[in-house]
Design a binder for this molecule. Sequence first.
Ligand code: FES
Ligand SMILES: [Fe+2]
Length: 313
Amino acid sequence: MSELIIFGRALDPQPVWSALPDWQQADPRWINQALQAALQKPGGGWFVVDDRRKFGDKPRRYRIDDREFVFWQGKHGLMAASDSCPHLGASLADSRVRDGCLVCPWHGLELGERPMGSWEPLPVHDDGVLVWLRLDDCGEPPTGQPIMAPRPTSFLDATVRMEARCRPEDVLANRLDPWHGAHFHPHTFGRLRVIERGDEDIIVRVAFQVVGRLAVEVDARFHCPDPRTIMMTIVGGDGVGSVVETHATPIDETRCAVIESTLATSDRPQMKYVLPLARWIRPLIERRAARLWVEDVAYAERRCALSVTEARR
Ligand code: FES
Ligand SMILES: [Fe+2]
């Protein structure tokens, strides 16, 4: 631990943390209670789909909650609907787009803002970083917009999307166990200690290794604003207000998508020089996030497999 070279803003004096080893602090009862509290929060029927940058001129197909949807650029912004043509069921993701309408590849039916039989456009929200879809038949009272935690006003953002053989709750449970950080990801977290634990949130002091043993130490709070999202917010040190939003969207009964956005900010004057470099910095953040998620997906998948086995007994 002592060989870490910490740079950046000094944190508040050393808080008191538990002398117990991490495996004793990582109490399964607390993790489960925080998870259950998250799962009972309103979600408004909104599901994160993907990085908004991926939505260009061509239609895109996504499987969400065991159904296929097509997304395309309509006359007044991004639109979404069932991917099945109401005529004979062609996949609309293979359509051309003409004047904001999908032109079905099989017989040329044009589909736009007007419903056609049971086919109708669904509510979509573009929050500037991510695209969300609302499913009004998912059992949640719908809200006009997704329920989102505060974001910084000026930021550099990067998003990764991965798929995992688990449920959204396994993704949340992974992040509600920060005690695994320095053990399971030693290449990224030089040290990580929990400094505060509420009923539903947790604050950690973490040394994030930027290059080799060169690390920046920050305080970060984890909490779940809705039943499919866990947020990490920097609350002390450099980059206060920066967030990492981890969203878990069910694909089908056995898989979910993990969509994680990092929104980095700083009150340092140098931030204005960093923002124009976003296109070069973004891939570095994405590579780092993807590497962590390879390991965290393995954690979440194992948690899911164990609980499925347990349920069968
Ligand atoms: S299947 Fe789409 S127009 Fe016939
Ligand atoms: Fe992790």
